[in-house]
Ligand binder design. Structure first.
Ligand SMILES: [Zn+2]
Length: 63
């Protein structure tokens, strides 16, 4: 079972069962609920920033 982290609320989501996902910056993000996906889609840089870059905590999306 592959678990992905919902970047909005921090819940772990099963990638195979996830109904809500978004592609951003070449990566796929999974969500536990439609509301989390909607929140992410409004401001993806805020939630996607820094993930995959250990030690990079700035979420401005520009650096
Ligand atoms: Zn969620």
């Amino acid at each position: 079972m592959i678990m992905a982290k919902d970047p909005v609320c921090g819940m772990m989501v099963d990638e195979k069962k996830a109904k809500f996902k978004s592609d951003y910056s070449g990566k796929t993000f999974y969500f536990c609920a439609a509301s989390c996906k909607t929140t992410f889609d409004k401001d993806p840089a805020k939630y996607a920033g820094g993930s995959g870059k250990p030690g990079h905590s700035c979420s401005c999306g520009h650096c």
